[in-house]
Write a protein that binds this ligand. Structure first.
Ligand SMILES: NC(=O)c1ccc[n+]([C@@H]2O[C@H](COP(=O)([O-])OP(=O)(O)OC[C@H]3O[C@@H](n4cnc5c(N)ncnc54)[C@H](OP(=O)(O)O)[C@@H]3O)[C@@H](O)[C@H]2O)c1
Length: 332
């Protein structure tokens, strides 16, 4: 049997337990040209909150009754004449929150789990890693000497953004919630400064820790922190809009940042990015990220929880911040 998490209703605000339901269905046999994959790890991402909303976005919403969309990694346990994948292959897919998946292989790719453990392919070598790489290099267009400010900076994407910026010779200031995360950014990731937005006044902290302003602001959280960061832009600054997690569970309309005229004054740009647009270049980026990891220049950590029945409680950690690094659910 295949345990699956289905979307039961569209949430308003923070999802509740009955937003999803768990069912057990017979595992579907692969048809000609298909494979059956046993998932080992499921990626839990803030974007999943957006995919539950019935509104225009960069991908269609998850329909009510559908398996909750999520990235996954696992092994092929049966191939029915699949042209590329054979039994034993390790596959990254959009297989969703379920233990098994039967697929024709669309949007799936093979990875080598002997080079890096599976969870890394959902983290630094997967979607968050690609987001950090293309977001800071292609959209943030960092160059040596830039001052780079990052929100959500101890998380899966932000921690990598900051380290890539350090590799490229930038000064890095990270914003995250709590002393532990600030210590982690300063002592383990090598960031120059850290701001604890939960205990510090964000405007005062930016005044103290970014006295010269910022050339690049990489935004993962939106809201008040975005607004405060806009006030610190330097001439020709770039603002990368990667995400806005502080707004995802809003019940009211999102309000725009009142400091937006800083873009005009500073001839700055603010650009949204979606990682899927860079899919053609993932392989090249993953090789470079892998190289930096082998050289000890790039660290990543995964926070892994067990059991598909713990999906709901684990998912909420994205919004409470009660996790360290990339959030992953081990299912089998
Ligand atoms: N555009 C794209 O293609 C793309 C791709 C991947 C991810 N993203 C976006 O990138 C952002 C980070 O994703 P991730 O996977 O790296 O997640 P993550 O940082 O690993 O986890 C989310 C973190 O957000 C912080 N957070 C939660 N609520 C917050 C609030 N109200 N205010 C400030 N911070 C809050 C928490 O950290 P603290 O303890 O520090 O509060 C939490 O640990 C998200 O907005 C996501 O949607 C975008």
């Amino acid at each position: 049997m295949n345990k699956q998490i289905l979307l039961e209703k569209r949430p308003e605000g923070l999802p509740e337990k009955d937003t999803w339901k768990m069912v057990s269905t017979p595992i579907s046999e692969p048809k000609d040209g298909e494979v059956l994959i046993r998932h080992h790890y499921i990626s839990l991402d803030p974007a999943m909150r957006g995919w539950m909303m019935d509104r225009k976005s960069y991908v269609p919403p998850v329909e009510i009754g559908e398996v909750m969309r999520a990235g996954a990694i696992g092994n092929v346990i049966k191939s029915n004449n699949h042209p590329q994948f054979k039994e034993g292959d390790c596959i990254v897919s959009w297989g969703g929150v379920q233990e098994y998946e039967t697929t024709n292989g669309e949007n799936c790719y093979k990875v080598d789990a002997t080079i890096a453990p599976m969870p890394k392919y959902l983290g630094a070598l997967g979607m968050p890693g690609m987001t950090a790489y293309f977001g800071i290099l292609k959209v943030g267009k960092i160059k040596e000497g830039d001052i780079v400010l990052i929100s959500g900076a101890a998380g899966a994407v932000g921690s990598l953004v900051g380290q890539i910026a350090k590799i490229k010779g930038c000064t890095v200031i990270g914003i995250a919630g709590g002393k532990q995360k600030c210590d982690y950014m300063r002592n383990e990731l090598g960031f120059d400064e850290a701001i604890d937005y939960k205990s510090e006044d964000i405007n005062e902290a930016l005044h103290d820790k970014c006295p010269k302003g910022v050339d690049v602001y990489f935004d993962n959280v939106g809201g008040e922190i975005l607004n405060a960061a806009l006030a610190k832009l330097r001439l020709n600054a770039r603002v990368v809009i990667c995400g806005a997690i502080s707004q995802y569970n809003n019940k009211k309309e999102i309000e725009g940042p009142s400091n937006y005229l800083s873009l005009l004054v500073n001839r700055a740009t603010m650009q949204g990015m979606v990682v899927l647009d860079y899919a053609e270049d993932y392989e090249m980026a993953a090789m470079e990220m892998g190289m930096w990891m082998m050289q000890g220049k790039l660290k990543s950590r995964e926070d892994i929880y067990e059991g598909i029945e713990n999906f709901y409680d684990t998912f909420l950690r994205l919004f409470s911040g009660d996790k360290k690094g990339k959030l992953i659910l081990k299912v089998i």
